[in-house]
Design a protein around this ligand. Structure first.
Ligand code: C2E
Ligand code: CA
Ligand code: CA
Ligand code: CA
Length: 272
């Protein structure tokens, strides 16, 4: 009994520490939002046949004195604290302002993660940022991760419809990693599919990854949906993907996530 009690106390203390850590991060996050410590990075997405840039994916970063943490860590916390939509709208505002001088053919893609669509005003807020900055809705792509859709399909549908009515494009992100990927394709009117990096990573050494990528591209072609491959790091991967009919690629081969000045230098150099 004594031992059991000891274990319970240790557990409670651990819970306590975890709760305190969370509320510290939450407070820190609120300050960071006010002080503008979250900022966007832009990673190019290119046409695999022509090499032309098609757009940039906005990836969130946190300038944090206590040490960097990546979006894989802070996005879920922001979401739990109900701060993610505010964070995303701030970054979108920045991005639309940054992208004003970029060529007209260049779009911006943003990420919407699980639960964000539960805010029924989100689509209106996104459209109002576009209107305020004069960024044309057809140049915006919303990337939705697969598990985001399971939360509340009806609300997601409404939010997506009002964005799509204004010309916003819709991409299914991390395709192949979620549960019931193909089911998701039927749930919302997607305009493109993003193949997850995990398949692209092992394209050259893993025959199964190659077969899966080929199957995804075949499915997408049947549905008349263009595909973007993530995590393209080598010329060989880009070549293989292009030969298999993949329309667009994104990855370190073409460019890392960059700030505005780097994007403009990259565009001026005519990279790719
Ligand atoms: P994601 O949407 O799959 O974004 C692609 C991630 O792959 C990015 O990581 C990017 O830096 C990384 N990446 C791109 N090319 C390569 C490559 O060639 N090789 C490798 N190894 N990695 C590559 P990042 O920036 O750390 O973002 C991680 C995830 O965090 C994103 O995955 C996305 O799900 C989420 N995220 C980032 N920003 C936001 C945001 O503003 N809102 C939401 N909801 N999620 C975000
Ligand atoms: Ca994404
Ligand atoms: Ca992805
Ligand atoms: Ca991801």
């Amino acid at each position: 009994k004594e031992a059991g009690r000891g274990r319970y106390c240790a557990f409670a203390a651990q819970m306590d520490a975890e709760i305190r850590r969370r509320s510290n991060i939450e407070a820190e996050m609120r300050d960071a939002l006010i002080e503008g410590h979250f900022y966007p990075r832009y990673q190019p997405i290119v046409d695999l046949r022509t090499g032309n840039v098609r757009g940039f994916e906005l990836l969130a970063r946190w300038r944090r004195e206590q040490g960097e943490i990546g979006p894989d860590q802070f996005i879920p916390i922001a979401e739990e604290c109900g701060l993610l939509n505010k964070l995303m709208l701030d970054l979108l505002l920045r991005a639309c302002a940054d992208a004003r001088e970029w060529p007209a053919a260049v779009g911006i893609a943003i990420n919407i993660s699980p639960g964000q669509l539960r805010d029924t005003w989100l689509s209106h807020k996104i459209l109002s940022v576009l209107a305020r900055t004069g960024f044309p809705p057809h140049r915006l792509t919303v990337e939705i991760t697969e598990n985001a859709l399971i939360v509340d399909a009806d609300k997601a549908h409404q939010a997506i419809e009002s964005l799509k009515n204004q010309g916003v494009q819709l991409a299914l992100d991390d395709f192949g990693t979620g549960y019931a990927s193909i089911q998701h394709l039927r749930m919302l009117p997607f305009d493109k599919i993003k193949i997850d990096r995990s398949f692209v990573d092992s394209l050259s050494e893993d025959a199964e990854a190659l077969r899966i990528v080929r199957a995804i591209l075949g499915l997408a072609a049947t549905l008349d949906l263009p595909v973007v491959a993530e995590g393209v790091e080598t010329i060989e991967a880009a070549e293989t993907l292009r030969a298999l009919g993949c329309a667009e690629g994104q990855g370190y081969l073409f460019g890392h996530p960059m700030d505005k000045a780097e994007v403009e230098q990259w565009l001026a150099d005519g990279k790719v």
